[in-house]
Design a protein around this ligand. Structure first.
Ligand SMILES: [Zn+2]
Length: 355
């Protein structure tokens, strides 16, 4: 009798995923072949993401300006993205902004929302702790630095949360994670019934956010960046890969590899997946689709979800590509001491140069 039989899916999937390779990876060791690869890879990414939702007129509503803090105003923004779905967001404008200039679309991490991005804890000390421990108020930090910033709730978070589980003990971090994952799981189940993907739907919403920013009188549509941490970093990387309107991307605590980031049971949820993705495009391949546009990767030394050593190895492979494309300064890696959280130390100089 074999002593190596396995009966459980988790072990089964570890073994299956470990023996699966990207079938047509970016030829980073043969840079002359990259141009043709990019066309193939871009078509593959479009095919993986399909079908996209059907567009509707946004019917944009912009609320009254409130002072978020001295020097930064916040407005509530709501718009339609498809039949039966609208997006709530916050638009931050630095008080000194008087003519069109650079803007950033800020994307929140898993379990957080647009208000956390703006440093708004709603008077809840637990939320304050969550925002501070993740250094998560980076929409506010970007507005302080002079950027017009749009921060939207992703599907199943903030005002868009279904809350399929009854309220859990807010001090029980694992219960909170389970609650968010159930919302994502149910969203994935329903999307799968129609052959659609939550990742595509969130990217669709974020692309509409780019249009809201582009149309704003104080935004130069050629100077728009994206910035996201963790789950928001995943969406920032995909968005920059698929949409050339993104001039600069800050991808914090995500870039490493699909394989490495799947080594924890609850790390990645169905909202971040596309069927067959691992055979088609790794993180480094998505980054190669962003090149030569500006890309700042943040990696935490103590990030056990998106390991820094994997990030370093994969990032190093991108350096010759950016040099080959004549944009060596557009690629920056900030590896910082600490756990899985937004860092921000390299963001201001990076965006000042590239936006
Ligand atoms: Zn999720």
């Amino acid at each position: 009798v074999s002593g190596t039989r396995n009966f459980t899916p988790w072990t089964y999937w570890r073994l299956r995923l470990d023996e699966t390779d990207v079938e047509d990876p970016c030829p980073l060791e043969d840079l002359g072949a990259v141009a043709e690869w990019r066309e193939r890879a871009h078509a593959r990414l479009e095919a993986l993401l399909a079908p996209w939702p059907r567009a509707v007129p946004p019917d944009l509503e912009i609320g009254e300006a409130e002072t978020l803090e001295p020097g930064v105003t916040s407005r509530r923004v709501v718009f339609d993205v498809e039949a039966h779905m609208s997006v709530p967001a916050r638009l931050l404008v630095p008080a000194e902004r008087s003519e069109p200039g650079p803007a950033v679309l800020a994307i929140h991490g898993h379990g957080l929302d647009k208000d956390a991005l703006c440093g708004d804890d709603g008077g809840d000390p637990l939320r304050r702790e969550a925002i501070e421990s993740n250094n998560g108020a980076y929409a506010l930090a970007l507005a302080r630095a002079g950027y017009v910033v749009l921060a939207a709730d992703l599907r199943t978070f903030g005002e868009r949360a279904d809350r399929m589980l009854p309220p859990v003990d807010p001090h029980d971090e694992n219960a909170e994670i389970a609650r968010h994952h159930l919302d994502c799981d149910y969203n994935l189940v329903c999307a799968s019934l129609l052959g659609e993907h939550p990742l595509t739907q969130n990217l669709w919403d974020l692309r509409r956010c780019l249009e809201v920013l582009s149309d704003h009188p104080l935004v130069d549509a050629t100077r728009i960046g994206v910035a996201g941490w963790s789950y928001g970093g995943a969406l920032a990387l995909f968005l920059a890969a698929i949409d050339e309107r993104v001039r600069a991307a800050v991808v914090s605590c995500y870039f490493s590899s699909l394989r490495a980031s799947h080594a924890l049971p609850w790390n990645i949820c169905g909202s971040q997946m596309l069927p067959g993705l691992l055979r088609q495009l790794e993180h480094v391949d998505l980054a190669a689709l962003v090149a030569p546009r500006a890309l700042l990767v943040e990696s935490a030394q103590s990030d056990y979800m998106f390991p820094a050593d994997v990030a370093r190895r994969e990032f190093a492979r991108l350096v010759p590509l950016y040099e080959h494309l004549g944009a060596p300064d557009a690629l920056v890696h900030d590896v910082f001491d600490g756990p899985h959280r937004w860092n921000g130390a390299a963001v201001d100089p990076f965006l000042a140069r590239t936006l």
